[in-house]
Ligand binder design. Sequence first.
Ligand SMILES: Nc1ncnc2c1ncn2[C@@H]1O[C@H](COP(=O)(O)OP(=O)(O)OP(=O)(O)O)[C@@H](O)[C@H]1O
Ligand SMILES: [Mg+2]
Length: 446
Amino acid sequence: MNILIVDDEELQRNLLQGFLEKQGYLVMAAADGSEALQLFMEHPIELALLDHRMPEMNGDELLARLKDINPALRVIMITAFGDVDTAVRVMQLGADDFMEKPVDLAVLLERIQQFEEKILVENDVDELEDILDTGDLPVRMVAESPAMKSLLSLTLRAAATPWTVLIHGETGTGKELVARLIHLLSPRKDKPFVELNCAAVPENLFESELFGHEKGSFTGATSRRRGLFEQADGGTLLLDEAGELPLAMQAKLLRALQEHKIIRIGGEKPLPVDVRIIAATNRDLRQMVEQGLFREDLYFRLNVIALDIPPLRRRKEDLQPLMTFFLKKFGIRADFDGKAMALLAKYNYPGNVRELEHILQRTLTLARTSTITVRDLPPEVKNYHGSGGSGDLNQRLAEMERRMIVDALEAADWIQTRAAESLGISERVLRYKMEKMGIRKKQRKS
Ligand SMILES: Nc1ncnc2c1ncn2[C@@H]1O[C@H](COP(=O)(O)OP(=O)(O)OP(=O)(O)O)[C@@H](O)[C@H]1O
Ligand SMILES: [Mg+2]
């Protein structure tokens, strides 16, 4: 990553530059805003560390001009110790982070590494979106939330490898969609993608289903049959609901994966097969291993790359884009009024994306006008009153944090020093949080 340091103090500049260069970064330094702009135009810079207080062009202005030229640039503003107002303001102006002087180098390094991680994910997602837009992939996948973006990034990386992938997620989260995407993005894309729903196969037919059989090998085997491994040769085999694999089958499957060979039932010689396996499940396979319901060796064999798809209720940022996506897919124009939208946003979607799609389908089919109101929504959404215990962890934590802060402030008569002390945080942090959450003392009418 290329980093630009802008600081009018030579000592500080050299300190930061020396430290970051030692970490292997390409670092440029400028003593003022105009020098910074010049370097910025000439070099591909991804991160800028700006001293806020500088003569001539100050940090605010430089931040604005740099972001104008390249909105994707990351900026960490370095502010004076305890200057919370400035810190809050530069964050509102579009800085990605701020740090107080004196800069803690270990913390700085950590933040930079987080940015690098994010940049990697974004590059992957950009690349994937390009492929999805221009290519002829028959799949679309909505991924607006940070969680889904990093999942897409992992998906893209996983696709390029030959390794087994284990996709975990609740029902309707898109496991099958991700599996297809991996296949279509992989070098095997022109070969078959074969699916087996392990929950739907009777135990006694499993082996024949996977490995095939020779004619007459058992009663009813009236002709030779190729199993799914042979059908998927050169391509990908999705073992859906892999948690339902019978134990006896697990051993045989493991052997096939280890040896890249299968034997048809009643057959004699092993047949080489070249199949990439993707397994999907909504069950906790690790727990099943502990309970003796799933072989540990097979679990490790499948879990080379693990993809965990979060439930929809934990990534509500995806809700609106998914709704737009489905409306477009149905070819229907409709608006949701504020109250209806609020209820849809509050609902917990135990059936995840599939349930959302069905709810929209039902609602739009039955609605009388193109503006959807609460009346049009299905009862489970209309009558949803929150789940009490569970729900979105982050949202609940944020609510709890807010309540604790307001309570502490009330108890301390809104004297921030005291409230901060009772909360065990610094006053600076308290003020930052208050600003961020918009917490203000209510004006009492006298
Ligand atoms: N991010 C997404 N963007 C667009 N469509 C999605 C997305 N996630 C899921 N879907 C759609 O939701 C439906 C359910 O997805 P999918 O069948 O892949 O879920 P699943 O996890 O395999 O569910 P199950 O565990 O019930 O088998 C599909 O129609 C799929 O196309
Ligand atoms: Mg599925």
